[in-house]
Design a protein around this ligand. Structure first.
Ligand SMILES: [Cu+2]
Length: 347
């Protein structure tokens, strides 16, 4: 922990340069800070309309009133309390959030121990050369300029070394890319996230096809529940922890993007097509994200809340939503049911 923090602190000074590294995420520091100040007046119809449950087969799953009213009506599910600093931005945060997925850990390692050191060393080296030139070869110290125009040895060196550096970065980089796009194993639970203007819908085709509609919570309500304003939602995407999930995304109107920084997950949600990627959450918890594709007026107000639960608790939650739990290894039986949110007559 401390080693990684030191590494990040040392190398962080010039981290803005590292954006060129173009991995997945922008720093995503205080998302809330960037959002327009909660000048309440500016957003009159703010969270007023609980968006219509487009295509939700089971109206019962659509939280009508804030879920607080009904913690114990169906099943024993109670929304998990988030842990400060876990799965969410922190005050004055300026680097990546802590990671809770294998890909996230690998990517963060790549950033902390490969990219940032390389960037730092190169930047300092170039700075040193510049200073050297400015001091040693200034007009007063070096009145007669050298006429040297070629030096084969130096030219070979400054070609070969950068090539070696790039190859050295390419190997772990391509490995990471491959890991991020490895397909989900057979039998992985499928969850589909649909972006709507401007809220999210989470469909569970392996569990009866119900859809959970997720709207932003008003700031006051979020604070009351111990969650960060602008990041909390009335209904969460609940998934099991510790197993690969086939997360599919699509858009119902315009392009949205499903992104959760602490899970190293970002995938466009495009109308007319299904994108898919493996989501693996190592431990139970609440993880926050936001729509990350400019999708219209309320783009900044469609947060994503992923709640990872141990599998038995997840199944309880499914039943509380009116869904079905099939084979113990979830979804092993329904394979191709992914795309349509329609209920398949499950056993
Ligand atoms: Cu959006």
């Amino acid at each position: 922990m401390s080693v990684s923090h030191v590494a990040r602190a040392v190398t962080g000074a010039i981290r803005t340069i590292s954006l060129a590294a173009a991995l997945a995420f922008a720093p995503q520091a205080m998302a809330a800070a960037a959002a327009p100040a909660p000048a309440a007046a500016a957003e009159p119809a703010a969270v007023a309309a609980p968006a219509p449950a487009v295509g939700a087969p089971d109206a019962a799953t659509v939280g009508t009133a804030p879920a607080a009213a009904a913690p114990a009506d169906k099943g024993s599910y109670v929304p998990m309390k988030p842990v400060a600093g876990k799965g969410q931005p922190v005050a004055k945060g300026w680097t990546f959030q802590d990671q809770y997925s294998p890909n996230g850990e690998e990517a963060l390692r790549m950033h902390d121990y490969i990219l940032m050191p390389v960037i730092t060393v190169i930047a300092l080296f170039v700075l040193l050369l510049l200073l050297l030139v400015m001091v040693r070869f200034r007009r007063a110290a070096n009145p007669v300029a050298s006429k040297t125009s070629h030096n084969t040895f130096i030219e070979i060196i400054w070609t070969v070394i950068p090539v070696l550096i790039l190859v050295g970065i390419a190997v772990p980089s391509i490995r990471l890319l491959a890991h991020q796009y490895a397909p989900a194993p057979k039998g992985a639970l499928t969850v589909k996230a649909t972006g709507y203007q401007w809220y999210w819908g989470y469909t569970y085709p392996d569990n009866g096809g119900f859809e959970v509609i997720s709207n932003i919570l008003p700031d006051a309500e979020a604070l009351k529940r111990g969650e960060q304003p602008q990041l909390a939602a009335d209904n969460r995407m609940v998934v099991p922890a510790g197993e690969p999930i086939r997360l599919q995304t699509t858009g119902s109107d315009v392009i949205h993007a499903f992104a959760v920084p602490s899970l190293w997950f970002k995938l466009d949600a495009v109308p007319g097509r299904i994108n898919e990627k493996v989501l693996f959450i190592k431990e139970p918890g609440v993880y926050y994200g936001q729509c990350s594709e400019l999708c219209g007026a309320r783009h900044g107000y469609m947060p994503i809340v992923v709640e990872a639960l141990p599998r038995p608790k997840f199944e309880e939650w499914v039943k509380a939503q009116g869904g079905t739990v099939g084979a113990p290894t979830a979804g092993a039986t329904t394979t191709a049911a992914a795309a349509p949110a329609k209920t398949t007559p499950a056993a």
